[in-house]
Ligand binder design. Structure first.
Ligand code: PLP
Length: 399
């Protein structure tokens, strides 16, 4: 029996075929232009075809693509040095994806306790609604049955507690606990923010019990909230952090960052990756940082975020029958719909605006960080027309 596609059926794809991108725009094969406020699910941090990134990739492509980690890779040294200069971290391990960055983070935490003579401390406390990736360990860390089912026994050592419930975290800590792992803003879970106080309390609990605090900033990091990393708003420092998506601006790149102390167990031979830290990814990652760390860039993100946030708040006031709540921080925003979010998404797409579904009936807006105030207003105008369309459709249905 031949299938209609030779591809796995694992993705529910929209029937859209894009040929190229320009800044915040994606252009379909038939020439239709879409305003891309999905940005590859927070990946295209600098939009599409950013000239500085294109130039960096092309220049590296002319030199060398792949070396392996048998040798020194200068781009790794420079990108790691820059990341450690602007974060809590002393050490960096490069990966190709978010899930691999999380795998490295979990392994780093377990090895930390192992190296200190406590191999029994390998349990990680995680949170309901979390998403950490699709590997066997990260589906266990995320704890969502829909991703775990059918893939054999859940990997041991991961315990979920309710998001934001500090008493539940304290209760879950025992002699086998190694670390607490949290997304400062849950993305797939529905743009759910951990409060500053909660993050501070988690830091304090980790200090009290000798645990490592691991942050998953794969989606909320790299400028998305208007600071380089979301946890900076809470004034805390993690021990380990997983980063990906925006750091590569569309090129596959992830990183696990750690303090010297947390990374102490990761000695030669304990971890590795064929492609992790390859010269092409390093060239692009360095180019992304050139832009994001430039004077005024994060301020620009905060300014545009404000325009967006105010516009969304006013839409919520005008369409209380369509929009229940606006969530998020910076350019990581969520519209909790009152109607089925699939209806709103379809209406938004009909306006040639791209958004991303998430849990709790939320639609995510994750515009590229280079979005201008005028482009944000264009997006808001499209959202307004979409809300009108949904309202009149549900009015028709009621009539
Ligand atoms: C918070 C978070 N962690 C981890 C991942 C996994 O990243 P990847 O798909 O690159 O493996 C994602 C992907 O959506 C994510 O949003």
């Amino acid at each position: 029996m031949s299938a209609t596609t030779p591809l796995y059926d694992t993705y529910l794809r929209a029937p859209l075929r894009f040929e190229r991108g320009e800044g915040v725009w994606l252009i379909a094969e038939d020439g239709t232009r879409y305003l891309d406020f999905a940005a590859g699910v927070a990946v295209n941090s600098l939009g599409h075809a950013h000239p500085h990134l294109v130039e960096a990739l092309k220049a590296q492509a002319d030199k060398v693509w792949h070396l392996s980690n048998l040798y020194e890779v200068p781009g790794q040294e420079s990108l790691a040095r820059r990341l450690t200069q602007v974060t809590f971290a002393d050490r960096v391990f490069f990966t190709n994806s978010g899930a691999e960055a999380l795998e490295c983070a979990i392994k780093t935490a377990r090895r930390y306790h192992f190296a200190k003579g406590h191999p029994e401390k390998f349990h990680v406390i995680t949170f309901e609604g979390a998403f950490h990736g699709r590997t066997i360990a990260t589906i266990a860390a995320g704890g969502q049955q829909k991703y775990i089912e059918g893939f054999g026994p859940k990997a041991p050592g991961f315990y979920q507690v309710p998001f934001g419930d500090i008493a539940a975290v304290r209760n879950a800590i025992n002699d086998e606990t190694a670390a607490i792992l949290i997304e400062p803003i849950q993305g797939e879970g529905g743009i759910r923010l951990a409060s500053k106080e909660f993050l501070q309390e988690l830091r304090a609990l980790c200090d009290e019990f000798g645990l490592l605090l691991i942050l998953d900033e794969v989606q909320c990091g790299v400028g998305r909230t208007g600071k380089l990393f979301a946890h900076e708003w809470a004034g805390i420092r993690p021990d380990i952090m997983a980063v990906a998506k925006g750091i590569g601006g569309g090129f596959p790149l992830g990183a696990c960052l750690a303090t010297d102390a947390a990374a102490a167990g990761m000695v030669a031979g304990t971890h590795g990756s064929t492609y992790g830290g390859n010269p092409l990814a390093m060239a692009v990652g360095n180019a992304v940082l050139d832009v994001i760390l430039a004077d005024g860039f994060l301020e620009h993100v905060r300014d545009v975020a404000l325009v967006f946030r105010q516009g969304l708040a006013s839409l919520k006031d005008r369409f209380p029958d369509v929009i229940e709540e606006i969530r998020g921080d910076g350019l990581m925003l969520g519209i909790k719909a009152k109607v089925p979010s699939t209806d709103l998404l379809a209406a938004i797409r009909a306006e040639r605006l791209l958004a991303v579904p998430a849990g709790e009936n939320v639609l995510r807006l994750l515009p590229p960080l280079i979005t201008t105030a005028a482009e944000a207003r264009e997006g808001l105008a499209r959202l307004e027309r979409a809300a009108e369309a949904v309202r009149s459709k549900s009015g028709d249905a009621a009539a």
